[in-house]
Design a protein around this ligand. Structure first.
Ligand SMILES: [Fe+2]
Length: 939
């Protein structure tokens, strides 16, 4: 046993939260008292001077993370001198404030100590059984490079100190500072340095008498049961602090993670009243981050929070200042939202005057736009308002951001239009994009059990359930090459099915446009589109069925019609219009479900639960952490400016005010965690089957999203498997890990509380299940999100190719008058169906923004967490993953050059690169689609 005669830093008991305060109640009033840890601040304790004996860095050939351990021979009382180097960054503001920061910094440097560090042993003091620390030592300014300042402290440590398990930092500066990292090494021997990866904002909270000292653990990861004695209490307290007590309004400086329902999308006005999403059987929803803002009861008796432009997120979830584009994102989204609120145009519904006018958008910065009736160009006006409003917010500062803004508002020709000016019109492209476009996640096989096609909706409410897509119609459209039964048996028939999901909303959406003083112009159908798989492996669309349900209020009967490519000019135009409606359905489902709900929204609870239940020294926290970067922040911005009542999404997508409610209903009826795994999703849609050897066989061999996605999925799974095996030798270790079990329980019971009783939630009771859960989460945040996010502008930027909204009913439904308009001016009917000029421009700006990569993005396979490299076993597993990702990159490039793969290669065909791993140079003259797969959902 090692013995020390004098406990180090005896004056500093471990102190956090309430135990650190000596507040007193006096005469019925709270009297502010000096926190205990501050009571000795004027005489910060250092260790007594004794000689150095021995320092060893334990790696010991075990491959475990390096730790710094002081190990003197027994009975010798010694000290060693360690250096602690802290790298910090101060919050940047406007130029004038930078000067203030600088002068403050200089003043502080000269007159006051403001950064203190203490080392904490992994062992408890054997004499007292309490925490063993060095006491707080002042860290002095050494140098700065760019925006980062280096401070160092010399710390004399007892020879019996043991392993340095954590560092505790105290910011006495009046401003918050970003602690990048801390390295500790024997004085004079930096080669033996150990790192503490921090990447966290630390505030001086002295005025509030809160213990704001922050603890950071070493890179060595520990399961809870393995936690060294000296760190157990710290580990527990850190999690308690992060969980908070569930009360009070959160401040921007807080770092508390908690849950709430989506109750701040609307406001109290009738027009913007929206139901609370989450917390009910009818409208269940994943939880978002609790802000604690005051709730008000609305006329429907629901408690809602008043909307704000800046939603709280825990401090370290906020975008970094370096993420200039993200910073700009906020302002552009705010600017766009302001435009929606201001309703800047007299004629918000003006259609484009011609298809040529749409093309002109991309040719000369709107200058070729024909003038609307009032004079001037609508597009140019919107553009200037957006730009002016953003510039106004920026107040002339930040040249870099201005440059970025110019780039975002400079519309390049979307790739699908750049490569083939007629792609938007072609049936082949319409079908190809269901396999290799921005929404390859809804195409499904028609199976024998689903034929004849029948709706699951109530006939009494919606009208007849049997589809008009009959055996006879199918056989006619495939020219009798086989029977419908044979086509189904041979897996040749596929469908995009937006019938049952949309039909219940058709009458409600139409009512929005039909009221006398309505400013809304939209419409909706339920739709089904059938495709036939041809010999060359491509899909051919053969029929579209549009349905309007019966309306009990108006007495209107159900209306439905089947459209086919047809031979006549009339049929051809009707077919094109039917495709436009289906594309609006598909684009809406993509945005609201496959993008927002399944990635951004469903992932937030995993993040909240991970921070509340998994210590930062937990290996699973360290595996998932890069996959959670900036998601809470972008979601908070989306709540403020995108998905809110009257916001950009509602005003520019067909379901209008029902957009988010629709996503809640799909969450209720469709979403299952286990089906979010790519292989299960493909099997569920009939797009793959599991062979006898366990391998997946794709129903359509050349299905680029599935081809590339499965490569990525399998690589992630192997990486997760190696990682899990390293830390959990047996299944019992998984079951006994109370933090891991706590995390998963909370994901189910709090984060996805409305679905907590579903039987399909996997249990974390085996390696297989844990790996599957982790792989699913890592896939959703990386591959799934990349596949639906970065193709938005390249495919939907040219909006005739993928309109977000269809505004006009198809002429056949409108009877004689509708057909008359079609005959007289078919192009006008199409242009009146497509988004208005204002809608198109707003969507263009939004998609351009949302499809772009951040300059400081972290990509899967190239970004390495410090804790991964610190552990030999993990380092080699990650190296394997990296090599694998490089191989996948080469494979994808090869496939895109393969003429046999017609769904990704051909004249004017956009190659499929959305799941192409980063080659190390994301910005090296690449399109947004081929830059790589970001680890997290950050845009
Ligand atoms: Fe996104």
């Amino acid at each position: 046993m090692l013995v020390t005669t004098q406990p180090i830093a005896a004056s500093h008991t471990p102190s956090h939260a309430s135990s650190s305060l000596t507040s007193a109640v006096s005469s019925g009033r709270w009297t502010a008292a000096v926190p205990r840890w501050r009571q000795h601040s004027s005489t910060r304790r250092t260790v007594s001077k004794i000689s150095c004996k021995r320092v060893s860095l334990v790696d010991a050939g075990t491959g475990e993370a390096r730790v710094l351990t002081i190990e003197p021979p027994e009975k010798l009382k010694t000290t060693v001198v360690l250096k602690a180097r802290v790298t910090v960054h101060f919050k940047e503001k406007r130029k004038i404030e930078n000067i203030t920061i600088l002068s403050t910094l200089l003043g502080k440097l000269m007159y006051k100590n403001w950064l203190f560090i203490e080392l904490i042993s992994s062992e408890l003091d054997p004499a007292t059984g309490e925490e063993k620390t060095t006491g707080q030592i002042e860290a002095k300014y050494v140098s700065n490079k760019d925006d980062f300042y280096t401070f160092e402290a010399s710390i004399k440590v007892s020879g019996s100190f043991g392993t340095v398990g954590a560092v505790r930092l105290d910011n006495d500066h009046e401003r918050e500072m970003f602690i990048k990292d801390v390295t500790v090494f024997p004085d004079g021997d930096e080669s033996d340095a150990v790192s503490f990866h921090c990447e966290s904002w630390v505030i001086d909270n002295e005025k509030n008498f809160n213990d704001d000292r922050r603890v950071f653990f070493s890179l060595k990861s520990y399961l809870p049961s393995q936690t060294p004695e000296g760190l157990k209490m710290l580990r527990k307290r850190e999690l308690e602090t992060i969980r908070g007590n569930g009360y009070g309004e959160r401040l921007a400086i807080d770092r508390i993670y908690d849950y709430d329902v989506y109750n701040d999308l609307g406001d109290l006005t009738t027009a913007n009243l929206r139901p609370v999403l989450g917390g009910s059987k009818e409208l269940p929803y994943p939880r978002r981050c609790r802000t604690g803002r005051t709730k008000t009861k609305n006329v429907n008796g629901e408690f809602t929070e008043l909307r704000v432009s800046d939603n709280y997120v825990p401090r370290d979830e906020a975008f970094s200042e370096d993420k200039q584009q993200a910073f700009t994102t906020k302002f552009i989204l705010a600017g766009l939202h302001a435009l929606e609120v201001l309703k800047v145009l007299k004629d918000r519904e003006a259609s484009f005057p011609s298809m040529a006018a749409i093309d002109a958008l991309f040719e000369d910065g709107f200058k070729n736009m024909p003038a609307p009736e009032e004079g001037g160009t609508v597009a140019g006006y919107i553009f200037s308002v957006i730009k002016d409003s953003v510039f106004d917010i920026l107040k002339g500062d930040f040249a870099g951001m201005k440059h970025m803004l110019d780039e975002i508002l400079d519309f390049e020709t979307p790739e699908v239009h750049q490569r083939d000016k007629l792609a938007w019109f072609r049936d082949q492209e319409f079908a190809r994009e269901t396999l290799a476009g921005m929404n390859p996640m809804n195409i499904k096989l028609v199976t024998e059990s689903e034929f004849p096609i029948v709706s699951q909706l109530d006939e009494e409410t919606y009208g007849p359930r049997e589809s008009l897509l009959t055996k006879e119609l199918i056989e006619e459209q495939i020219n009798g090459v086989m029977t419908a039964e044979e086509a189904i048996k041979n897996k040749k028939l596929f469908m995009l099915d937006y019938h049952d999901a949309l039909l219940p909303y058709v009458n409600m959406v139409r009512e929005l446009s039909e009221s006398r003083d309505s400013k809304v112009n939209t419409t909706l159908y339920g739709s089904r589109t059938l495709f036939f798989l041809t010999k060359d492996g491509t899909l051919k669309p053969i029929a579209i069925e549009l349905t309007r349900p019966k309306n009990k209020k108006t007495g209107k009967l159900q209306w439905r019609e089947v459209f086919t490519p047809g031979g006549s000019v009339t049929d051809s135009w009707l077919w094109q219009l039917a495709k436009t409606h289906v594309l609006a359905h598909d684009t809406g489902y993509h945005q609201l479900i496959n993008h927002w709900l399944r990635t951004h929204c469903c992932v937030e609870p995993y993040i909240i639960a991970a921070n509340r239940q998994l210590s930062q020294m937990h290996p699973i926290y360290r595996l998932l952490h890069p996959h959670f970067r900036y998601t809470m922040e972008i979601n908070a911005q989306a709540r403020a400016n995108l998905i809110n009542a009257g916001g950009i999404i509602e005003n520019n997508f067909s379901p209008n005010k029902y957009c988010l409610e629709l996503s809640s209903v799909v969450y209720r009826d469709f979403w299952r965690f286990d089906m979010e795994a790519l292989p299960n999703d493909l099997i569920r849609r009939g797009m793959a089957v599991q062979g006898k050897d366990g391998k997946l066989e794709l129903t359509i061999e050349d299905y680029p999203y599935a081809n590339d996605g499965l490569l990525i999925w399998n690589a992630i799974k192997d990486w997760a498997s190696d990682y899990v095996k390293h830390y959990y030798p047996t299944a019992k270790d998984i079951v006994d890990d109370e933090e891991l079990q706590g995390w998963w329980t909370e994901v189910r019971t709090k984060g996805h509380a409305d679905k907590q009783d579903e039987p399909w939630w996997p249990m974390l009771d085996s390696h297989e299940n844990l790996v599957q859960v982790l792989t699913t989460i890592m896939w959703i945040t990386s591959g799934h999100h990349a596949a639906v996010n970065f193709g938005q502008y390249p495919f939907a930027g040219y909006f005739p190719n993928r309109p977000t909204i269809a505004r006009k009913n198809i002429p056949l439904e409108m009877g004689r008058q509708g057909m008359k308009e079609l005959v007289e001016n078919p192009e006008k009917v199409l242009l009146d169906t497509l988004p208005s000029q204002q809608q198109a421009l707003l969507v263009l700006v939004t998609l351009n923004l949302l499809s772009s990569h951040s300059p400081e993005e972290e990509y899967m396979g190239t970004h390495v967490e410090p804790a991964w490299t610190a552990e030999r076993g993990i380092r080699s597993a990650f190296n394997k993953f990296q090599v694998r990702m490089k191989d996948i990159l080469d494979q994808i490039d090869e496939w895109n050059e393969d003429p046999r793969r017609r769904n990704r290669h051909g004249p004017g065909v956009v190659p499929y690169t959305l799941l192409r791993p980063c080659d190390g140079n994301p910005f090296d003259e690449k399109s947004e689609m081929e830059m790589g797969i970001p680890n997290s959902i950050s845009i």
